[in-house]
Ligand binder design. Structure first.
Ligand code: COA
Length: 634
């Protein structure tokens, strides 16, 4: 295989879980929206890190994951790559020029490379689920009432977005970029045959005034504003939802299931669908709507763990045998309201990270708790929900059947274990003068080492929203120090003070990486930039990106993220690689919510085993800290 073909094949293979990949992209620009608050244009620009700093940091992250011999080779490759006057310096200059010419040198590249160019399915591989606090519905009324309040709460939130009054978030002293808040309502990803696009209808001259409700695979358009622009109140929304349910008692052909397909396949089917005027009009209503609400039936194939059941419903809707046809996965926001109380949402990741979506959920929960909101006046003149029709010809029927088969295998492969860890929460960790996030990350490292007896490359998302249009940087949580710590914990002979010293040192190393990452000085986005600069200039992809050190350290066996929320909720997603784990958490004062996942097809991984190892690790870490303190006081 030629060098160029080899690089292309590596790049394509890496295009698995979006948002967390490094993949080729061409340079077409994705237009930016202005930040939520006009004065945010003064936010600092994402820096281009110093080349030597990145390469040194990179080597440190490779070390724990390769043999001495492999590391020596990686060192040689890095040395050659970064030699003065060499290729890396030429690429670095290109990045510096790009940073001078754009508001954010990475953001357009990132949107394409991490999302729109990815050809894998959105389901499992890209779109996270967000499980709301568990509910218990006894009747259809309960379900519809809850759904109506979710709609009303979101419309209430939309007022804040439209009026630019969402409180500006901060990280320490720094103001964060709020532009993602602008991008989640009225947005939809549009499938393409080789690359998708994204449409921000909410920001158009005629923004949408409707939502779409899915029930039994039927889609209905509901106008949610009255004659004078006033939102429908909860009672009116319940009335509209009941009308939808009454008019869709039997399942329709699940056209929505096409959105679960590989993007090239869906892109082709989409072109066919659009040839029919009725289909085109119906799809446009779905794409343009403010958000979608899926009214589901009961849990399918319950696991015995209601948190896990709710997570699966948010991630894949229990597949073709369940409610996967009762979705439109291209839509940024889809609320899912199960018949018995499994509720949450699935969100398409292209326009935003978890925090704006989790904030919206917190707002909805506050809205529901505020009884005064029930007194909202009715809107004038309700129009009947409009059924969105589809004409399905035999070719499309065949496409739907193929989508079912593909999804069935994906659903069969994913397994999840979601739980509330009640041993302790942030308060205990803070009382030890340790960072809760770094502590949890080290517990995840230890859990992995405990199961596999080797370290796993480990991705954690860090926010770079300090910078204009900032998104994320990777925290490479696996370090020389994290491995020393894991080994120390598993060594029965080691005195407790040495274990706590290893823990504190691993946490310190992680915290330092976090500091760099949130300041735009991580390894991964800079390397991505250098690679894309080479591709854009028509150059060969540098050897560094084909080296075992690079491949091993970016084969993220642990894909993790903290998404905090004020309510008892958690986010969840599939693993990034076939032999990996997904692990998302919401640390609260006295507990931690976890959503974990793995693939059945990997004989090495199992999310229930991971949960056990993680809980054991957390408890043992608490134990050594407490024992060490007692000893110190003796
Ligand atoms: N002693 C006592 N308290 C400490 C401490 C210490 N040594 N270190 C930290 N704390 C406190 C902090 O002050 C903070 O207090 P608060 O709860 O009053 O705010 C709290 O502990 C949490 O800090 P920490 O656990 O260190 O993490 P963080 O909140 O700074 O989060 C990241 C770290 C990396 C998760 C965060 O910076 C980030 O980037 N989040 C976004 C991730 C994202 O986008 N995810 C979505 C992807 S879809």
């Amino acid at each position: 295989m030629s060098k160029m073909a080899l690089s292309a094949s590596i790049i394509l293979r890496q295009g698995l879980r979006c948002g967390r990949i490094i993949q080729a992209s061409n340079t077409a620009m994705v237009s930016q929206l202005r930040p939520l608050h006009d004065d945010q244009a003064v936010l600092p620009r994402l820096p281009v890190p110093q080349l030597d700093d990145t390469l040194n940091k990179y080597l440190k992250t490779v070390k724990p994951l390769v043999t001495d011999e492999e590391f020596h080779l990686t060192e040689e490759i890095v040395k050659k790559f970064g030699a003065s006057g060499g290729i890396a310096h030429r690429l670095q200059n290109k990045l510096i020029n790009r940073a001078e010419a754009t508001e954010n040198w990475l953001s357009d590249w990132w949107m394409n490379a991490a999302y729109l160019d990815c050809r894998g399915p959105l389901v499992v591989w890209s779109s996270p689920g967000l499980v709301f606090p568990l509910q218990e519905f006894r009747t259809l009324d309960d379900q519809l009432n809850f759904a109506a309040k979710v709609i009303a709460g979101t419309l209430d939130y939309k007022i804040m977005v439209d009026q630019k009054t969402v409180p500006v978030e901060r990280m320490g002293k720094d103001t964060l970029d709020m532009s993602q808040y602008f991008k989640i309502l009225g947005t939809c990803r549009i499938p393409g045959v080789t690359r998708d696009t994204i449409q921000f209808y909410g920001q158009s001259v005629h923004p949408p005034k409707h939502i779409v409700v899915a029930h039994n695979n039927h889609f209905f358009k509901i106008d949610v504003y009255g004659k004078h622009g006033e939102p429908l109140n909860v009672r009116q929304l319940v009335h509209q939802l009941r009308n939808v349910v009454e008019r869709s008692t039997h399942p329709a052909i699940p056209v929505g299931i096409l959105t679960t397909q590989n993007r090239n396949v869906w892109g082709k089917a989409y072109k066919q669908l659009r040839k029919d005027k009725t289909n085109k009009a119906s799809m446009e209503e779905i794409q343009r709507c403010i958000f979608l609400v899926a009214l589901d039936g009961p849990v399918v194939n319950p696991t015995g763990n209601i948190m896990t059941d709710a997570a699966l419903s948010c991630v894949h809707g229990y597949g073709p045998q369940g409610y996967a046809g009762n979705r439109w996965y291209d839509k940024t926001l889809q609320f899912i309201i199960g018949k018995k109380g499994a509720v949450g949402m699935t969100y398409e990741h292209t326009p935003a990270e978890g925090p704006p979506v989790a904030n919206l959920m917190d707002h909805i929960m506050d809205y529901m708790a505020d009884v005064k909101k029930d007194l909202q006046l009715p809107a004038i003149e309700l129009s009947k929900p409009q059924r969105l029709m589809f004409n399905i010809n035999p070719d499309l029927k065949q496409d739907i059947e193929e989508a079912k088969v593909a999804l069935e295998s994906l659903v069969g492969d994913l397994e999840m274990t979601c739980f509330k860890f009640t041993g302790f929460g942030k308060n205990f960790i803070k009382s030890q003068k340790l960072s809760p996030d770094s502590f949890i990350q080290m517990a995840i490292q230890l859990a992995f080492y405990r199961i596999h007896n080797e370290p796993g490359a480990h991705y954690e998302s860090a926010s770079t929203r300090k910078f204009l249009y900032g998104r994320t940087e990777t925290i490479r949580s696996c370090s020389v120090e994290s491995v020393t710590f894991a080994k120390a914990m598993l060594d029965k002979e080691l005195p407790v003070n040495e274990k706590t010293a290893a823990l504190r040192s691993a946490i310190e190393a992680h915290k330092n990486y976090v500091k760099d990452a949130v300041n735009g000085l991580g390894v991964d986005r800079h390397l991505l930039g250098l690679k894309l600069a080479a591709i854009e200039a028509g150059m060969d992809v540098p050897t560094l990106f084909m080296d075992v050190g690079y491949l091993r350290s970016s084969h993220m066996r642990l894909s993790t993220s903290q998404v905090p929320a004020r309510c008892e909720a958690f986010m969840c997603f599939g693993p990034l690689v076939p032999d990996g784990y997904g692990c998302c958490y919401n640390p609260r004062s006295d507990a931690i919510f976890f959503g974990t996942s793995a693939f059945n097809s990997s004989p090495e991984t199992d999310s229930a085993t991971f949960r056990e190892a993680l809980e054991q690790s957390l408890l043992e870490m608490q134990d050594i800290l407490l024992r060490d303190r007692v000893k110190a006081n003796l």
